[in-house]
Design a protein around this ligand. Structure first.
Ligand SMILES: [Zn+2]
Length: 234
C-alpha cells in the first residue's frame, strides 16, 4: 500500500480533530502531502471516526485523480489540492465546522487579533474570503473555495497566517504536517471563542492588540531567534 507512513499520520490527525471536539459526525477532513511524489493522502468521504483506519485513506494526485483507495475521497479534496499547489511550504490541511470559527465565517468577518493568545499562533488577523459568485459555484465550487482562500492570503506568509475563514462556510487551517494543521484548527476555534467572548464583554468592537505586542509575541515563538520553550540544542 502506498505512503503507509503518511496514511497513518493523516488518519491519526483526523482522529485528533474528533478527540479535540472540533468536529461532529464526519464534518471535517484532514489531508497530508508527499511533496517528492506530488501525492496527497486525504480522509475518505463519510467514514465514521470509530472505524477509521489508515488503509481507508485515499491517495490522489494534485489533479485530483485517485491513485489508490477503496473509498471516495473527501468532497473537499479539490479545495485541498488548490491550497497545496499555491502554498508549497504547506504539508497538511485541516477543515472543520467548529462553532465559533464558523460564527465569524458566517458573519463574514476576519478574526481580529485582540490578544496574545491569538498573536502566539497567527501573525495578524485571520482573513475571511470573499463570497463565491453563482458562476464560481457552478464552475467548480470546491476548487473555487480554494482559490478564494489563496486570494484572501495574498501578500501573507501561509506559515505565519496558517488559517482562514471561508465566508458563509467555515475555517481551513494548515501547517507543515497534518498534525500541525489540526493543532492550528483547534487553536483557531479557541481564538474565535475568546474573540467572541471579548466582543460580548466589551459590548461592541474591542480594540485590536497593539502591533508592537503582536509582533513581539509572534516572533518570540516563531521568529528567526525564537526563544519560547526549551533550548532543544541541550
Ligand atoms: Zn465544510
Amino acid at each position: 500500500m502506498l505512503l503507509m507512513h503518511l496514511r497513518e499520520a493523516v488518519c491519526e490527525a483526523n482522529l485528533e480533530l474528533n478527540r479535540r471536539g472540533v468536529v461532529l459526525y464526519t464534518w471535517g477532513n484532514v489531508s497530508g502531502i508527499d511533496r517528492e511524489r506530488g501525492l496527497v493522502v486525504i480522509k475518505p468521504s463519510g467514514v465514521g471516526y470509530e472505524t477509521m483506519r489508515p488503509e481507508h485513506m485515499v491517495v490522489v494526485d494534485l489533479d485530483n485523480t485517485i491513485i489508490e483507495g477503496d473509498y471516495r475521497p473527501s468532497s473537499d479534496t479539490r479545495t485541498h489540492t488548490v491550497l497545496y499547489r499555491a502554498f508549497p511550504a504547506v504539508g497538511g490541511i485541516a477543515h472543520t465546522h467548529s462553532a465559533h470559527a464558523v460564527a465569524w465565517a458566517q458573519a463574514r468577518r476576519p478574526l481580529p487579533c485582540l490578544g496574545t493568545t491569538h498573536a502566539d499562533h497567527c501573525a495578524g488577523e485571520v482573513p475571511c474570503t470573499e463570497p463565491l459568485s453563482r458562476e464560481q459555484v457552478r464552475r467548480d465550487y470546491e476548487a473555487e473555495t480554494g482559490h478564494a482562500i489563496v486570494h484572501a492570503l495574498e501578500g501573507l506568509d501561509p506559515l505565519a497566517v496558517p488559517m482562514a475563514l471561508v465566508a458563509g462556510h467555515g475555517p481551513f487551517a494548515w501547517g507543515k504536517t497534518p498534525a500541525d494543521a489540526v493543532r492550528h484548527a483547534v487553536i483557531l476555534e479557541e481564538m474565535a471563542r475568546i474573540a467572541t467572548l471579548t466582543a460580548v464583554v466589551s459590548g461592541g468592537a474591542p480594540p485590536p492588540l497593539e502591533d508592537h505586542v503582536l509582533s513581539y509575541h509572534y516572533e518570540r515563538k516563531h521568529g528567526k531567534n525564537a526563544w519560547y520553550g526549551q533550548d532543544k540544542s541541550k
